[in-house]
Ligand binder design. Structure first.
Ligand code: GTP
Length: 435
């Protein structure tokens, strides 16, 4: 009789297997920016020019787009795949797509720009090694984006641990590839981003036009752009070092999708492994439900594999669990070293708004609960983390402080987890759990 996969792959040393496999390095990036600045079009163009999608599919999309009078949306539709998104013309959830260069296997997490969808963006950003911030260079658009989501998104991804940013200064075709406009935008963004704790080494500005494809994969040809000698978007992406993989740590996976009633197993989940690894046959623990399950099969990018490691976004087909215990946003961990459920913690926050002891919604990725900031413990020096003032009365936007948060419902949280605090639909602060 053939050995079952669970016996075959049990007790592999996944870190060693990974070394041996010679697998390409992996990088996940999130695409952020103000609504309509061209995120989906830019990513659609990237996939199209890298031959990830063929001309026939694009023609089909264009035809469909024309029937509803939105032909310029065809490229964006490559990313915004669901019909709900098409009808509304905005991205409503995280779309993932893959492509590769000689060096790297990339996963694009396309986050929506619409204001109401910030929780989804938080979920995307918490899975990202770096971010592509798309800015519409055309007259007035950059400025209105700055008042809109451009700054908030940049602050959010930074507070979720993203250190590297590629700023795609997009729609350059609408301003005849104006060097002075590109420089004006780069200058204004640099000033803002360095005060938001990005190091200037971690930021690259790339002028491009997603709609025409100039300087995305193809170098820009027009003589208007002869002043530009820097990288194309794909070159800038390839030059980005992915974050460190925590393969040796205990398993932590955040569920982004749950699929019920599959052929392989009654329930399947997918999500990014933040730390550790998982192999076929493993027992896992789902939190906050605190229920165990068995991994029957693992797929990465639709191919069955024996194991998956930190940085990958696998689908796990599970048995021995009631599907009601698994929801998007939940955490999967190893029962040997589980993440604990807690209802009080201290965290270091970066304030986006004035922060006072008050009620807040606390997000860990998509998982969230109501709670309150019960105490402002100290204001901290941004660079050194040292205490500047004990028990401040209020924390101002841009300041870093240590606060105590009390939750109404327990959440699976541990030291080093990123949380976002929101109030009445606005992000007031983002922070790092300290204890
Ligand atoms: N001229 C020009 N138009 C562009 C370019 N890129 C995008 N557009 C247009 O800008 C509009 C918005 O583009 P999208 O890609 O849907 O923008 P988005 O940022 O993904 O929007 P959301 O998904 O709603 O957040 C569409 O009409 C695009 O055709 C560009 O490089 N040049």
């Amino acid at each position: 009789m053939e050995e079952s996969p669970s016996v075959k792959s049990k007790d592999l040393n996944v870190a060693e297997e990974f070394e041996k496999s010679g697998m390409k390095r992996m990088a996940n990036f999130v695409v952020i920016g103000h609504v309509d600045h061209g995120k989906s079009t830019l990513m659609g163009r990237l996939l199209f020019d890298l031959n990830v999608i063929d001309q026939r599919s694009i023609d089909k999309l264009r035809k469909e787009a024309e029937t509803i009078g939105k032909s310029s949306f065809a490229l964006a539709w490559v990313m915004d795949q669901t019909s709900e998104e098409r009808n509304r013309g905005v991205t409503v959830d995280i779309a993932t797509n893959h492509f590769e260069t000689e060096k790297t296997r990339f996963t694009i997490l396309d986050a929506p720009g619409h204001k109401d969808f910030i929780p989804n963006m938080i979920a995307g950003a918490s899975q990202a090694d770096f971010a592509v911030l798309v800015i519409d260079a055309s007259i007035n658009s950059f400025e209105s984006g700055l008042r809109g989501q451009t700054k908030e998104h940049a602050l959010l991804v930074r507070s979720l641990g993203v250190q590297r940013l590629i700023v795609a200064v997009n729609k350059m075709d609408t301003i005849s590839w104006s060097q002075s406009r590109f420089e004006e935008i780069s200058q204004a963004m640099s000033t803002f981003l360095t005060t938001a704790n990005f190091s200037s080494k971690g930021i690259t500005f790339v002028p491009c036009a997603g709609l025409t494809g100039e300087n995305v994969v193809r170098k820009v040809q027009t003589s208007d752009a002869s002043w530009y000698t820097g990288p194309s978007l794909i070159e800038a992406l390839d030059a980005s070092e992915p974050g460190k993989r925590h393969i040796e740590k205990p398993l932590r996976l955040t569920i982004s999708d749950v699929f019920k009633g599959g052929v392989i197993a009654p329930i399947s989940i997918s999500g990014r492994i933040e730390a550790g690894s998982v192999q076929v046959g493993d027992a896992i623990l789902a939190m906050p439900a605190n229920e165990t399950a068995t991994v029957k099969m693992i797929e990465v990018e639709n191919k069955p594999v024996d194991w998956a490691i930190a940085g990958q976004i696998p689908t796990l087909h599970l048995t021995d669990i009631d599907p009601i215990h698994l929801r998007s946003g939940d955490i999967v961990c190893t029962p040997k070293d589980p993440v604990k459920l807690i209802n009080t913690f201290t965290c270091k926050i970066l304030a986006f708004e004035h922060v006072l002891p008050s009620s807040v919604d606390v997000f860990r990725g998509r998982l969230h609960t109501e709670g309150k900031i019960s105490a402002l413990l100290a204001r901290l020096d941004k660079a050194t983390g040292e205490i500047v003032k004990k028990k401040p009365r209020v924390v101002k936007p841009g300041e870093v402080s240590r606060v105590t948060v009390v939750l109404e419902k327990e959440l699976p949280l541990e030291v080093g987890t990123r949380v976002v605090l929101r109030e009445g639909g606005n992000t007031v602060a983002a922070g790092l759990l300290e204890g």
